[in-house]
Design a protein around this ligand. Sequence first.
Ligand SMILES: Cc1cc2nc3c(=O)[nH]c(=O)nc-3n(C[C@H](O)[C@H](O)[C@H](O)COP(=O)(O)OP(=O)(O)OC[C@H]3O[C@@H](n4cnc5c(N)ncnc54)[C@H](O)[C@@H]3O)c2cc1C
Length: 266
Amino acid sequence: MSADGIAAPPGASPLAAIRAVPRAGWHVATVAATHRETPNASRIELDVDGWPGNAAGQHLDVRLTAPDAYTATRSYSIASSGDSTRVVLAVDKLPDGEVSPFLVDDLRAGDQLEVHGPLGAFFVWRPAVESGDDRPVQLIAGGSGVVPLYAMAHAHADASDPTPFRLLYSVRTPRDVYFADEWRALAAASAPLQVDLVYTRQAPDDWPAPPGRITREALEAAVIPAAERPRVYVCGSTGFVERVADWLVGLGHAPGDIRTERYGGT
Ligand SMILES: Cc1cc2nc3c(=O)[nH]c(=O)nc-3n(C[C@H](O)[C@H](O)[C@H](O)COP(=O)(O)OP(=O)(O)OC[C@H]3O[C@@H](n4cnc5c(N)ncnc54)[C@H](O)[C@@H]3O)c2cc1C
């Protein structure tokens, strides 16, 4: 592991790992399709001119330019990975937000955006054959923070990677689950994946637990124990990520094994 946290394949130098990360640049993206992911979020498929491919867990920046040349730039995780120039995003609408309501409600097939990426080398998962690390992987998401974790679980299944994967996913209601059909298919695929959901506002009728925010006890019961030295990826709003990361450290997980991505907010 290099100082900046990039895991090099066994025998490879950290520099080789850095070179393996595709070079980021600005690209023109054409919207290929959009559809409602949840009542409050859209899935956006982009065809990105000259996209160099991306690893599971990376993100990009979207830049919007108004007719008066005012620009607004926001970061979005990438739900897809690999060599394809088709890049998938999933965006949650913040009611008073500047950019997300436009992306969720107004974007149409054929529209063009500017994107910069792929970005991020630390919050990335690679198959064990590439990374040389076959420890189990615990994914923990709050809301739209599941997007890069979905890319990781998909890449894990595509690679038929044998390392155990477990997802703990906190969502408001059953209708707010991102990639619901895909999670079911991934859990039934050959790569080992267990999905645990926590509903914060409304649970299905037959759900064993009442809705409520995740607690330290619920987290402890649903994550791979610290004794198994899992690599942990946590993503969501800043408050969610910081609370979960503190609990994980309290439960004995090594801080260096916990990778976090904060989306902002509280
Ligand atoms: C690396 C990275 C990856 C991201 N990936 C995704 C993604 O895949 N999908 C996605 O929907 N969003 C993602 N985000 C969040 C995204 O960048 C924007 O912050 C979000 O879309 C809000 O932008 P906005 O212009 O609509 O709101 P703004 O006008 O920027 O903000 C409106 C208000 O909402 C608050 N706020 C900003 N972000 C959040 C948040 N996450 N939760 C609660 N309150 C918030 C702000 O503090 C402000 O008060 C990511 C952020 C980062 C840093």
